[in-house]
Ligand binder design. Structure first.
Ligand SMILES: Cc1cc2nc3c(=O)[nH]c(=O)nc-3n(C[C@H](O)[C@H](O)[C@H](O)COP(=O)(O)O)c2cc1C
Ligand SMILES: [Fe+2]
Ligand SMILES: [Fe+2]
Length: 406
């Protein structure tokens, strides 16, 4: 438990033992399930936590409230990492009312055991602009459909300017590992970006709509459902070092699908190493020509979510792939599938293929990229036969010029 000032406590939980977030994302530093308690004339708990941490979470509530009971449970998001303890909350605090948007209330029974019957009196449906008056704190609701689930509601505290942003502005990493506040967290941008593009990336339009609404609010602090608390600390800090501008600008850049970093990301799928060696040679040529930042990643041996992040992050990309059963080698297939699913767009891409008898990877990659919005293939794809030969260098030089000048 941490006192955030103004009668608000952080009652979230660090999870350092979960193997995969949402069943697929590695967690080198764990993850936090953030939850907040506002102790005012009325007491509100904002979101529960994953069932993995349920007992400890109730201890946090008791540590703040003693034997008093909450009046409200505000549900901003129903995904199980936040709704995991709603059922037990209802059992323990039957007089508390559940405050959520209409869509969330409609979906809520799906997330509860069948023995929990919700009565109309215990539910409080809120819509965009409605205010939950707790006394000095007043939570104004902001709907954020498809950021990244349909029922998502966020709230803005009219009294202290805190924006409770649900999964937006969240990141991987337990707070005990990465720091409690954004300014303490050296990895904020990297891990928030991996979180954003893999989990929210497809919904750039909806995030842009949310940012437009947020721009009308005087936001002093952002309190997401995962990762460090951002902006002004009410428990005393010099606000300047943790200004919100950086986070809002990054979210604007990411959700508008603008490249964040000038540079070339080279994604490689290689069975026996020939394509990887060719890609490394290509990177060397690019650097020698003054291409600036060039990053090579072996798709077989790196975190696929990090690769998705790097594709969105950089202004240009090179795909290097071995031909495989008349198609492309599986790690590239998986990578392109993910890029398409997450809405990869508006980038320049160059292609390098390898094949021993009937190279076909460039054609297949081209077909997959054609389904993505505003992805332009630049230069003439280069074909390597098994191993890079000195006779291949002129074609690589030409392709390097094409991607540098694109
Ligand atoms: C299972 C398998 C399927 C393959 N299918 C094709 C193919 O359809 N066309 C082709 O030209 N080469 C095919 N290859 C050969 C590789 O593409 C070729 O050896 C290439 O040089 C491998 O590059 P690497 O050293 O980067 O793995 C296949 C190789 C394997 C192991
Ligand atoms: Fe979520
Ligand atoms: Fe979440």
């Amino acid at each position: 438990m941490k006192n955030l000032g103004n009668g608000v406590s952080y009652i979230g939980m660090d999870d350092l033992t979960l193997d995969l977030f949402e069943g697929q994302y590695i967690l080198p530093e764990g993850v936090s399930y953030n939850s907040y308690l506002i102790d005012d004339e009325k007491i509100a708990v904002l979101d529960t936590v994953d069932a993995r941490c349920g007992d400890a979470w109730f201890e946090e509530i008791s540590a703040v409230l003693g034997d008093r009971t909450p009046d409200f449970l505000v549900v901003h998001h129903l995904e199980p990492d936040h709704s995991g303890m709603i059922a037990e909350f209802i059992r323990r605090y039957p007089s508390a009312r559940i405050v959520a948007g209409a869509k969330a209330l409609q979906m809520l029974p799906q997330f509860l055991p069948e023995d929990i019957v919700l009565s109309g009196d215990s539910l409080c449906s809120v819509a965009e602009g409605d205010v939950l008056d707790l006394g000095s704190h007043k939570l104004k609701f902001i709907s954020a459909p498809m950021v990244h689930w349909p029922e998502v509601m966020m709230s803005y505290d009219l009294s202290d300017g805190v924006f409770y942003s649900a999964d937006a502005f969240g990141k991987f990493g337990a707070l005990g590992k990465c720091g409690f506040y954004g300014s303490e967290d050296e990895e904020w941008t990297c891990e928030a970006r991996r979180y954003y593009f893999n989990i929210v990336g497809k919904y750039g339009v909806q995030v842009q709509a949310l940012l437009k609404k947020a721009s009308t609010l005087d936001i002093k602090a952002i309190r997401p459902l995962h990762g460090p608390l951002l902006g002004c600390r009410f428990d005393g800090c010099d606000g300047a070092e943790d200004s919100l501008g950086k986070y809002l600008e990054l979210y604007d850049c990411w959700s508008a699908y603008r490249p964040e970093t000038e540079g070339i990301f080279i994604a490689v799928a290689s069975i026996h190493g020939g394509t990887l060696a060719a890609a490394e040679k290509f990177a060397e040529i690019l650097r020698a020509k003054g291409a600036g930042r060039v990053v090579v990643s072996d798709l077989s041996r790196s975190d696929i979510a990090e690769n998705v992040e790097d594709a969105f992050r950089h202004s240009k990309m090179v795909l290097a792939c071995a031909s495989y059963d008349g198609g492309i080698f599986s790690p590239m297939s998986d990578f392109l599938h993910r890029l398409g699913a997450k809405g990869y767009r508006s980038r320049k891409v160059a292609l390098l293929e390898n094949g021993s008898w009937a190279p076909c990877a460039a054609r297949v990659m081209k077909d997959k990229l054609a389904l993505m919005k505003d992805v332009e293939i630049v230069g003439k794809p280069v074909t390597v036969r098994s191993r890079l030969k000195s006779s291949d260098i002129p074609a690589l030089e030409e392709l390097a010029d094409a991607i540098i000048n694109a």
